[in-house]
Design a protein around this ligand. Sequence first.
Ligand code: TYM
Length: 329
Amino acid sequence: MKTVLSGIRPTGNLHLGNYYGALLNFVRMQQENKCYFFIADWHSLTTHPDPTMINVNVKNVIAEYLAAGINPEVSTIYRQSDVPEVAELYLYLNMHARMGELAKTASFKDKARKNPDNVNAGLLTYPTLMAADILIHNADMVPVGEDQEQHLEMTRVFARRFNHFYNVDYFKEPVPFNFGHKLIRIPGLDGSGKMGKSEGNCIYLGDEPKAIEKKVKRAVTDSGPTEPNSEKPEIIENLFTFLRLVSDEEVNKHFEEAWNDCSIRYGDLKKQIAEDIIKVTTPLRERILDLRGDDAYLNKVLEEGAEKARENAAKTLKEVREIMGFKKL
Ligand code: TYM
């Protein structure tokens, strides 16, 4: 049995990028594997250190996890800050992480460029905290979107370096995972490369149907194909990416043919995409609303999850301490 782990920063509601990049893959894996899914609330402090929002966001995100199908009877769902063992492992891993490699990380450079007044040490060491999340459970597979690929590569480097330095074969080298395919990037419909919270172009799992229709209708397009069987420009390929995710094969075939014989009408394509996104999100939205009203249940899930996660984390930490030489005198 393999160990699977994934997580999401609680910095706002979950969007289709989170859903198709990480959550849905995780849900599909939970029956056959030992699965951990957590809320990366310490990571959110690197950009969103607002004490009044932490609990609001954690509550929203946990309701969304459960609504999306993560089953607390099968998987361990927990909040990062409930597992202090992660912080200790983060400290140890930081002793072997190099300034240069951390400063070169794409996400660090991007965030530092966007927020030059808040280039904090937590942001710099974001990849070591993420490695601690993964290595504390010695995960084999990590369902994530394409944007996390570099962080996973660094986790493998840290694991390898630890093993090499202490001359052990202790940490596994975890692989990023997307069910049966390469990692995906859900695009923004505004013509930007990626759907993301900071890009402000998200379709959220909890969006009302009217809001979804409006967002899809506004998607950027061009004047249409002029030659049969031509290659699709990126903004049009983005719409087809959505079609492949949410619509059935027949519908995909119809629009591919319409593209190829230049009869495509973008209005029809958008209408279809919106309709099929709404089919996916409506049952989720209803469950999210129910779950958000049930604090007692959400607290129970978090408490039980923390207990299970800590049990495994404590075991890892005990072994790591021994390897590193922290022993009885
Ligand atoms: P976060 O919160 O930015 O995103 C959560 C997950 O959603 C995926 N994702 C996407 N996938 C495809 N297309 C998109 N447009 C898109 N936007 C977001 C992300 O790839 C991610 O899988 N650092 C992580 C949280 C984290 C974590 C971990 C994940 C902390 N520790 C350990 C896995 C393992 C993050 O900020 O994800």
